[in-house]
Design a protein around this ligand. Sequence first.
Ligand code: DC
Length: 224
Amino acid sequence: MAFVVAIDGPAGSGKGTVTKLVSEKLGLVNIDTGAMYRCVALKALRNDIKETDLEKLEELLENISIDMKREDGKLVVILDGEDVSEEIRTPKVDSCVAKYAAVGIVRSKITPLQRKMGETGKVIMEGRDIGTVVFPNANVKIYLDASVEERANRRYKQDVEKGINITYAEVLEEIKQRHKLETEREIAPLVQAEDAEYVDSSNLTIEQVVEKIIDIIKEKGYEC
Ligand code: DC
């Protein structure tokens, strides 16, 4: 029987890092749902399709193929047969992905794919609407949060490590704008599910957050 752990929260809350570590420790399959929206945004950018051009977007969605696999512990994201793992995480995609993720036809395409991925096996799925829309009956729901300054700080460090030329002020502004779009959109906005456990990672180390989440998952009856 499937066992689903849903981890939702804003950009920079640490979901990606924490989910990966928890999945390794508990033997859960890790599914990064944001990567799927990033693929849609990248393909649209490459084809010069705006989020408002629904006709072209519909055609794009009909012909898109997204695959994800783990290789040596790293997530490899394949868009139409091409490895785009790095390209989907550039500031160019960062700054426009929320606009595409807010479009109804995009979500109608991606949500069923996510359900299918989670239907079998033991999975930990991270995103924005996993506990509210994709798997409202998930066995465990966690809302992972952090202050906006801390989230921007983490994203900024990641960008610098990747050699991306960006300032902290730019990252902070981008994170704020994205948060506004994600929480105020009409379809599947980012919101804490009523039955989700709230975890604030602002003043915790990664290890502490991982430990806390593993405790919650075990309390809900998960046995490795
Ligand atoms: O987690 P992330 O930053 O990689 O997510 C990329 C974008 O996709 C972000 O704007 C939020 C959106 N997203 C979403 O709307 N629903 C999800 N389940 C996951 C991500």
